[in-house]
Design a protein around this ligand. Structure first.
Ligand SMILES: *[C@@H]1O[C@H](CO)[C@@H](O)[C@H](O)[C@H]1NC(C)=O
Ligand SMILES: *[C@@H]1O[C@H](CO)[C@@H](O)[C@H](O)[C@H]1NC(C)=O
Length: 243
């Protein structure tokens, strides 16, 4: 009996190791469980309508100031410029709707989500245009994930911090894209259409991030093969012992 339980445990270990990182929705706060078509996606989120992890409701909320999604206040240091805000909206669409983030999922133990993204390689242009369009805007925090004063239900600058220009808070586009969401993104010098970086922006029928995710999914699978080998060995030993 114990042997069969052990065998089953080994087999489940094995199947856990063979992970497909393609077409996955993050185990986050608002994402769907499976990607699928969404005809009614709103405005800047519409590029994902053929295969989306966000619902129409989420896509509409993504365009609001202080939406019910995270109660996040973009205007914590004066009104954010519309040129800057459109990048944050795009970032929200990408985070909520993209079915291509699987290769960068990491399990986390947070009250509001079970998975996060780590080091998603952003195309140089997407990071730099975001930073440039926000260069005249102000913020008081470097990492927007932590440290806010949430006393009144939305994020405010904590006491003792001051509002400074984005360009004073972040010396470079790389600094900005990586520090903003605690390394969710990784700055790269890859250009759009290189097939090696993710685009926040696209308006094509075909999602240009599909092949990029496939490429990195294969890399991640390959990196896990040694672990897989060990598990197969353990599985075989278990089986021999069980028989
Ligand atoms: C989305 O759904 C929430 C909760 O059901 C609702 O309060 C909100 O008004 C909806 N937003 C839109 C834009 O439909
Ligand atoms: C929260 O609201 C109360 C009452 O309006 C106000 O006195 C307090 O300063 C606010 N706190 C913050 C952090 O803004």
């Amino acid at each position: 009996m114990l042997r069969w339980v052990t065998l089953l445990a080994c087999i489940s270990l094995l199947s856990a190791a063979i992970t497909d990182y393609i077409d996955q929705c993050m185990d986050g706060k608002h994402q769907k469980t499976e990607p699928g078509p969404e005809d009614l996606l709103h405005d800047q989120c519409t590029p994902w309508k053929r295969k989306s992890c966000c619902t129409a409701n989420t896509s509409a909320e993504a365009h609001k100031d202080q939406s019910f999604l995270y109660n996040f206040n973009w205007n914590h240091c004066g009104i954010m410029s519309s040129a800057c805000k459109k990048h944050f909206i795009q970032d929200t669409c990408f985070y909520e709707c993209s079915p291509n983030l699987g290769p960068w999922f990491q399990k986390v133990d947070q009250s509001w989500r079970k998975e996060r993204i780590l080091d998603v390689p952003l195309c140089k242009e997407d990071c730099e245009s975001w930073f440039n369009d926000c260069s005249q805007d102000y913020t008081c925090m470097e990492n927007w994930h932590v440290g806010w004063n949430w006393d009144n239900g939305t994020n405010k600058c904590p006491y003792g911090t001051t509002c400074r220009k984005f360009t004073d808070v972040y010396p470079s586009a790389k600094d900005f894209c990586e520090k903003l969401w605690s390394n969710s993104y990784k700055y790269t010098t890859y250009q759009r259409d290189s097939g090696r970086c993710m685009q926040l922006w696209f308006d094509t029928d075909v999602n240009p991030n599909d092949p990029v995710a496939k490429y990195y999914a294969e890399l991640r699978n390959a990196a896990e093969i040694p672990c897989l080998g060990l598990l197969i060995l353990l599985g075989s030993l278990c089986t021999l012992w069980a028989l």
